[in-house]
Design a protein around this ligand. Structure first.
Ligand code: CA
Length: 163
C-alpha cells in the first residue's frame, strides 16, 4: 500500500517509516498539517497515519478538511491523547481507526493489515457489483449514459451506501 505518515516527532516518524517499509509498503512523510493535506492530494496514498498534535494545522482539522472535500482515504489517527472524547472526536470526523502512543509495532502492523484487508474487500465488492450490474442489465436502463462511464459510479454509490 501507499502510506503517508504524518508525524512531527522525528523519532516516532522514523519508527513508523521503518516498520511500514519493512512490511513492503511505499511510505512517504509529512511533518505538519498543511503539508499533509497537500501530500494526500498529490500522492494519493491508500492510507494515512495521522498524528493529532501537529504544527500549523492539527490532525483533526486535516481529517475534517479532507472529508469536507470528498476525500475518503483510509485514516488511522495516531496520538498521545488517550481520553475517550478525543477518540470519539477522531472517529466522528471520519477516521477509520485509532491508535494511542505508546503503541507496539505488533499492534500498528495489525491495524494497518486490517485496513488493507478492508480496502481489498472494497475492491472485490466493486468488481462483483459491476458483474452483477452487467448480468442484470441494469446499465441499459440509464438512457444517454454509456455503460463504461456509468459502471464505476454505480459501484461507488453502492459501496458508499453499504458502509
Ligand atoms: Ca505530534
Amino acid at each position: 500500500m501507499k502510506i503517508l505518515v504524518v508525524e512531527d516527532a522525528a523519532d516516532v516518524a522514523k519508527v513508523l517509516v521503518s516498520a511500514l517499509s519493512t512490511d513492503g509498503h511505499e511510505v512517504t512523510t509529512a511533518d505538519d498539517g498543511l503539508a499533509a493535506i497537500e501530500a494526500v492530494w498529490r500522492n494519493k496514498p491508500d492510507l494515512v497515519m495521522l498524528d493529532i498534535g501537529l504544527p500549523i494545522v492539527d490532525g483533526l482539522t486535516v481529517l475534517r478538511r479532507l472529508r469536507e472535500r470528498g476525500n475518503d482515504v483510509a485514516v488511522i489517527m495516531v496520538t498521545g491523547r488517550v481520553e475517550d472524547a478525543d477518540k470519539v472526536e477522531g472517529l466522528t470526523a471520519g477516521a477509520d481507526d485509532y491508535i494511542c502512543k505508546p503503541f507496539s509495532l505488533i499492534e500498528l502492523r495489525a491495524r494497518v493489515a486490517a485496513v488493507q484487508r478492508r480496502l481489498g474487500c472494497a475492491e472485490n465488492h466493486a468488481r462483483n457489483l459491476l458483474r452483477e450490474g452487467v448480468r442484470r442489465g441494469r446499465i441499459q436502463r440509464v438512457p444517454g449514459l454509456r455503460p463504461a462511464r456509468f459502471l464505476p459510479l454505480f459501484a461507488v454509490g453502492r459501496i458508499w451506501r453499504d458502509r
